[in-house]
Design a protein around this ligand. Structure first.
Ligand SMILES: Cc1cc2nc3c(=O)[nH]c(=O)nc-3n(C[C@H](O)[C@H](O)[C@H](O)COP(=O)(O)OP(=O)(O)OC[C@H]3O[C@@H](n4cnc5c(N)ncnc54)[C@H](O)[C@@H]3O)c2cc1C
Ligand code: SF4
Length: 338
């Protein structure tokens, strides 16, 4: 599977990147970002997902914006009470960072489960946050998709997963965003008119073929971790087919704060079972101020399973993936994980 021809653009600064995006990124749509597969320019960071997708002709951009040489976007540092992570920071740096392992362990653990060591050395946190949604009917070669009549996400007008519908349900399948949601992380977006900052939970749309709020002339530049989320105990559990290297087919991140043997706060987020990573609403209310016990953990695990809406987008059945959300949540909550 060869790559189609494209023109490579190589900025050295965020300003240069924004100039290129303004010039070649294409039209900004006031009603929302363009469907990803139609964009004429693609940003490349580590390239670990973009290049295989381009080989499969899922993206056929005229321009590729290679941001790897923007040094200012690589690294982790403390500023005041918050921690700032540049979008180009490799996942392996996040996995091994002493600062993150101590203050935000759920993020370091989630990063350590992505793919394999080689891919974590190349793949970036920005690319992980912006990762395209996945589906059994979409992540295939052009010949395979053509033989099936294509689908709404790329080149077609029907959905094999929810026939008769008009929406794409491809699953958001990255590991670090649920951990970041538990930490109340914010992201910085560079635009031609300056930068804006938004909560990560507002970055995703929940629509499989148009999954993130990022215009064609915008770049995700930084991630902010607030001080109030430091020191939560964190656990990330993931279901995958090949233990050594695979995308999640269900994932649960849990961050818990305790006080005097009671739960002071808990945040739970899911990945790979909806078109966006999602926080489990109501978990903190069920647990706050209470001492942990098995019955309570089961009730919260039920809530997490109800939040998961897996469909037939992957090789494992929706029923099994939903059940594993329940199992992982319960295991993550029980004090034996402390
Ligand atoms: C065999 C294999 C296994 C994998 N397993 C996993 C896994 O277990 N878990 C997992 O989460 N991922 C997995 N991946 C996917 C991928 O390796 C990671 O998600 C990685 O973090 C992507 O980062 P990247 O820098 O390589 O992104 P790229 O491939 O460069 O980009 C990914 C997407 O993000 C966009 N993008 C990148 N950076 C920015 C930015 N700063 N601003 C705006 N848009 C941006 C790109 O345009 C593209 O759409 C796997 C990939 C492979 C090939
Ligand atoms: S959910 Fe439907 S439209 Fe979306 S990628 Fe899968 S088959 Fe295509």
């Amino acid at each position: 599977m060869s790559l189609s021809r494209f023109k490579l653009l190589r900025p050295r600064t965020v300003d240069e990147a924004i100039d290129y995006l303004a010039q070649y990124g294409g039209d900004v749509d006031a009603s929302g970002p363009l469907v990803q597969t139609q964009q004429r320019l693609r940003i490349i960071a580590g390239g670990t997902d973009l290049i295989p997708s381009m080989r499969q002709k899922l993206f056929e951009p005229e321009y590729v914006l290679d941001i790897r040489h923007i040094v200012e976007l690589n690294g982790i540092h403390e500023q005041g009470s918050e921690v700032i992570i540049g979008a180009l920071t490799p996942l392996s740096t996040i996995e091994h960072s002493e600062l993150l392992r101590r203050r935000y362990p759920v993020l370091a653990e989630a990063a350590s489960t992505v793919a394999s060591p080689v891919i974590r050395n190349m793949g970036t946190i920005g690319g992980n946050i912006c990762l395209d949604t996945r589906c059994l009917w979409y992540n295939q070669s052009l010949a395979w998709r053509k033989a099936c009549g294509f689908c709404i996400k790329k080149d077609g007008d029907l959905c094999h997963v929810a026939p008769g519908g008009t929406k794409c349900w491809a699953a958001f399948s990255a590991d670090t965003p649920p951990a970041l949601l538990c930490l109340n992380a914010e992201v910085e977006i560079a635009t031609p008119s300056g930068t804006r900052r938004l909560a990560l939970r507002d970055f995703y749309t929940g629509i499989g073929d148009n999954y993130r709020r990022l215009q064609p002339n915008e770049l995700l530049t930084r991630i902010f971790l607030p001080a109030e989320s430091a020191d939560y105990r964190g656990v990330y559990r993931k279901l995958r087919i090949r233990g050594s290297i695979d995308y999640p087919l269900a994932g649960v991140a849990v961050a818990i704060k305790r006080s005097n043997g009671h739960v002071a706060d808990v945040r739970i987020a899911l990945t790979a079972v909806n078109p966006a990573p999602v926080l489990v609403k109501g978990a903190a209310e069920m647990l706050a101020g209470k001492a942990f016990n098995e019955t309570l953990a089961e009730a919260v695990a039920d809530l997490a399973a109800k939040t998961a809406k897996p469909l037939t987008t992957s090789a494992l059945t929706p029923e099994y993936r939903r059940e594993m959300i329940r199992v992982f949540t319960k295991r993550a909550l029980l004090p034996s994980n402390d």
